[in-house]
Design a protein around this ligand. Sequence first.
Ligand SMILES: Nc1ncnc2c1ncn2[C@@H]1O[C@H](COP(=O)(O)OP(=O)(O)O)[C@@H](O)[C@H]1O
Ligand SMILES: [Mg+2]
Length: 233
Amino acid sequence: MLEVVDLCSAYGEAQVLNGVSMRVAEGEIVALLGRNGMGKTSLVRSVMGLGSPRITGGRVSIDGADLAGLRSHQIAAKRIGYVPQGRRLFASLTVLEHLEMLDHGLPGAWTVQRVFDAFPRLQERKNHRASQISGGERQMLAIGRALMTGPRILLMDEPTEGLAPVMVELVESILASLRKEGLGILLVEQNLYSALAVADRVYIFETGRVVWEGDPKQLTADQAILERYLGIH
Ligand SMILES: Nc1ncnc2c1ncn2[C@@H]1O[C@H](COP(=O)(O)OP(=O)(O)O)[C@@H](O)[C@H]1O
Ligand SMILES: [Mg+2]
């Protein structure tokens, strides 16, 4: 279980998270929604210990063990996976090279073959460079790469951004099958309908704090909340 308690963080002097509390258990998909600029990416980056923004208060723990002071690779080694917004792949490396560089045989980690079994399309494209594959394939590669580290908790920052509807559905089905395997997923989404289709629980962010928490059914039924925090009419 990933637990965030009263987390505050800042870019320089500018506070971006103002006391965030949330949790993600294994086997559940938790959506984090909110308009642009509300601090969703900053929350995920803070949890991953990336250093920017800088944590100024509160705590992050996994199974009760505090992550304070750990570097991002040490946090990844606690089996917290991260699929960054915009995918962050290496344009000149092939699909296979992206995966092989993470093939460290860690306990619980996925093998290259297991990633290819989950994403047959990546196997077909294994010798293509990241710059030569489609947006959907790049997203599969970013997810596959995160799975290579054997996460129990996976943080995904807008995985459906820029994808065609058929690819969005593919990502949704991947998330559902990862949940079935027991992963806990924190899903940052701009695409409300995609989030509602897969999430078990929802948090809504405004200016770096949680302003609403509930399940997708409650949210769908609450037009006032949809309008106020997500701008949906
Ligand atoms: N590297 C940065 N330096 C300074 N401010 C930043 C930086 N990245 C994001 N911000 C600011 O922090 C706020 C939250 O951004 P972000 O976490 O990216 O929001 P979201 O992911 O919800 O769109 C925004 O006001 C944004 O301008
Ligand atoms: Mg963002």
